[in-house]
Design a protein around this ligand. Sequence first.
Ligand SMILES: [Zn+2]
Length: 200
Amino acid sequence: MATLGKYTDNDHICYPCKAFEREIRVYRPYFHFCYIPVFPIGPKQFEVRCTNCGDRTPSENLIRKYERRAKTPFYLYSAIILSVAITAYWFYWNNNNQKHRAEFVGNPAVDDVYIIKEDADIGKNYYFLRIAGVRGDTVIAFHSNLQYNYFVTSLSGDDYFVKADTTIYLRKQLKDMLERGEIYMVKRGYGDGGGFNRIR
Ligand SMILES: [Zn+2]
């Protein structure tokens, strides 16, 4: 239940005591998710009380007046606003990621790290490449020692790039991999956080 409004009314007489002061509260049942009201699941409800005699008889005129006045407060839209913001941010991030990927793969630089996603027998396989050298049309890369069967963005604690085992790619091959969606992410200018500086 969410409170839409709390009012004091001085326009309508209380018949039992003839006073003109009523307290009106307007509620509406809402579907809540994580304590956030998301959408209404019933009509508005009214609680009327005469502050003089305590009489709780609602009058139709009174209800009509405050029915109109009790607008849905801004915070009840919070869930919708929050989800729109998250979606917008995701699109922005994804768009940025795609732009960077195309830019970086088109112009590979030493130390770039690629997250590779490949089809496996069951699900997907993830591993990392780190560019060790670029010579003309060829790109030399270290691969991570481990492969992962779940989405990763950083090396696991005991993983590292294998210095003794390099793979040679043509620039064209990398572009094809990008087009097939196999180069899932490209990291450039990373810090120590991802473990990408571990080469053994
Ligand atoms: Zn009264």
